[in-house]
Write a protein that binds this ligand. Structure first.
Ligand SMILES: Cc1cc2nc3c(=O)[nH]c(=O)nc-3n(C[C@H](O)[C@H](O)[C@H](O)COP(=O)(O)O)c2cc1C
Length: 204
């Protein structure tokens, strides 16, 4: 059974973080669905708060600091991405956006992505549709139809058969479906040149 990696990004700030909790539940649902189809999957959790300073340095210098490189590589090489942000001022958080601003333009092309968010009020759930979905459409990712929003009342009333869990299950199923229908990525060659000699000579 070939194993697929799922990058699970949370831009949550709190400790503990409801955004991380939602991201983990989405990863578990996706993994369970993939395993049901005979596809092994390994979530790769990423907490952007741990990389906040490096992300700013990357933006200012144009180069990823050494500590950020493995995370960027993991997202680039993942079979799928779960991207979860807290809603800040009716949109994604600045930290969430910053990660995708410093990731190269082609990193998410054709990559299956599940979008989700947490917030203080369910009134802002459409931030997923007016902010996150267009961002990932611009990056040419394949965003699954079901997005998941969790407000405080969703957590308070959460049960195994409740609406939040049902939505998590449906979104996980849709992401698993997109991952399973693609060929597993070939293992990355650590010695491969990512820049051509022409680009090197031109100082790019
Ligand atoms: C600066 C700031 C702005 C926020 N703006 C919104 C908002 O516009 N709408 C909303 O529903 N929640 C808003 N919130 C609440 C957070 O989205 C909510 O607390 C989030 O679930 C926290 O996630 P965490 O526990 O993973 O850090 C805001 C919180 C902060 C700190």
């Amino acid at each position: 059974m070939s194993e697929r990696t799922i990058a699970v990004i949370s831009a949550g700030i709190g400790q503990p973080s409801s955004t991380r909790l939602l991201a983990d539940q989405l990863a578990a649902a996706t993994r369970a669905d993939l395993e049901h189809r005979g596809v092994a999957a390994r979530p790769h959790p990423v907490d952007l708060r741990d990389h906040a300073h490096d992300l700013v340095n990357n933006l200012l210098t144009g180069f990823p600091p050494a500590a950020l490189q493995p995370t960027a590589d993991a997202v680039r090489g993942a079979a799928g991405l779960i991207a979860v942000t807290p809603v800040f001022n009716a949109s994604y958080s600045g930290l969430f956006k910053l990660f995708f601003d410093v990731l190269d333009d082609a990193a998410l092309v054709d990559k299956p992505v599940l979008i989700a968010a947490t917030g203080g009020t369910a009134r802002h759930s459409l931030a997923l549709e007016h902010a996150l979905r267009p961002l990932f459409a611009h990056l040419r990712a394949v965003v699954v139809p079901t997005s998941v929003f969790a407000a405080p009342e969703d957590w308070a009333g959460a049960t195994a058969t409740g609406p939040l869990n049902a939505r998590i299950g449906r979104a996980g199923r849709e992401l698993a479906d997109q991952i399973a229908r693609r060929e597993p990525a070939a293992p990355a060659d650590p010695f491969a040149l990512t820049t051509s000699f022409e680009e090197l000579l031109a100082g790019e």
